[in-house]
Design a binder for this molecule. Sequence first.
Ligand code: ARG
Length: 576
Amino acid sequence: MNIQALINDKVSQALEAAGAPAGSPAAVRQSAKAQFGDYQANGVMGVAKKLGTNPREFAQKVIDCLDLDGIAEKVEIAGPGFINIFLNKAWLAERGEEALNDERLGVNTEAAQNIVVDYSAPNVAKEMHVGHLRSTIIGDAVVRTLEFLGHNVIRANHLGDWGTQFGMLIANMQRKEQEGADVSMNISDLEGFYRESKVLYDEDAEFGETARNFVVRLQSGDEYCLEKWKQLVEITLKQNQRNYDRLNVSLTDDNVMGESMYNNMLPGVVADLKEKGLAVESDGATVVYLDEYKNKDGEPMGVIIQKRDGGYLYTTTDIACAKYRYEQLHADRVLYFIDSRQHQHLMMAWEIVRKAGYVPESVSLEHHAFGMMLGKDGRPFKTRAGGTVRLADLLDEAEERANKLIEEKNPELSAEEKANIAQTVAMAAVKYSDLSKHRTTDYIFDWDNMLAFEGNTAPYMQYAYTRVASIFKRANVELADLTQPIVITDEKEQALLSKLLQFEEAVQSVAREGQPHLMCTYLFELAGMFSSFYEACPILNADEATKQSRLKLAMLTAKTIKQGLDLLGIETLERM
Ligand code: ARG
């Protein structure tokens, strides 16, 4: 249940009853400190100002109209007119019981929407690199969260599977074939094959000619070219899938909706934009001029949608793609998890989409941008030799480091168990260190930080779970054995339970803002509150009723951490 929303409704009603204009915002927030109660209503001051009355007096009027019977045990005016709300212990305890007995931990589903999530989107014939890591991990966490809330999520892996580069790749495949070499062996090193093809293309005029010829043939649907192209796509997908599986990312081949899918829409889109007077011929190319964007000379910026040679562009595809997602997939909302450097590209494509009326304003197109992954030196993350880091190599290194760590910490475990723990911790560390940062900023990739057992890290959170879970294992109890109700007697218990019941608020904020770090922060704070509770409130040595009540709080904590981490795509361990 969303307590914040409930209280917000109640305060809104009270505001109106006290004479505020309809729809005045109650602005109810979680309180930052226990002394301010569990929730705080901040809307009074704004309304009082509008009405020209004294805010503290008006706050009292609102409180007189506020019906929180049985929900709050104390409501206070603070400072210039904040209203602090302290929840009733018995009411909290009941909500706690409900959450504990519900598989969804009391989290409601939302009115289901069709939500398309564009994420991962690596390129064919290239290895996934660290840039795709961010999109993949962040997108997948948001996808899981939206699904948990009951939405119909369409995962769209906008694979870069089209473009002129396929000409040189096919030309090189043909060359290998003619030399009698095993083509599939050769292209399994995608990065190397790509590089070799590029060198040939740049240095060998005849090869270049053949390559350009293949581009034309591929575009006109030539059998031979399509077959070679498919081979490249398949091998790329297979390699990507290995990364997805290792990372516990929910993407499969079924989610591939690559650029090539929109090919046959492109001529129609260009013709339509011309007909609508949005696109014009310029120097043989077709261009849309946007008044909203100015070039260096202060003139409307031109977006090329078809080149002079007839070729289409990345932007043309994204225009068609948005149209498709609305018309064919019936999207209510489309979330794009793409590097912030592509922001302007998307904004211009969508400007055109809106002007052409392809997607109505009621459907939100959202760019959830993210910054770059940087090395410890604050520069773009690179290999020692200065190349891009292959995702697979990065994951290997994470596992090696986690292996060493587990070996030091738990030398007594069996080799198999150690390997399993190391693998789970390694992937979690890579993911969590990314997810826990505010998405839009660049972030520093730092092995020591991400594998630390202290601070807002994966090992800390996974360990927090294992520790809580071990308490009821030691007590040798299951939920069904706990017949005594939750009773709140200590303020640490109250703080913990109040936090536990904010889980739904955390889930919803991730869904709304596409910011998984909100969940990380929530879980980290929850784990901290559990520690304070555990220090202050003995469990196993308490009298039976208290022990059971506290075990229930511990159990709800364990379940909440597990569910929260699961929404982030992070696995927990029963032992570590
Ligand atoms: N393939 C692109 C890249 O690697 C990302 C595609 C993002 N999605 C989109 N609809 N443009 O940069």
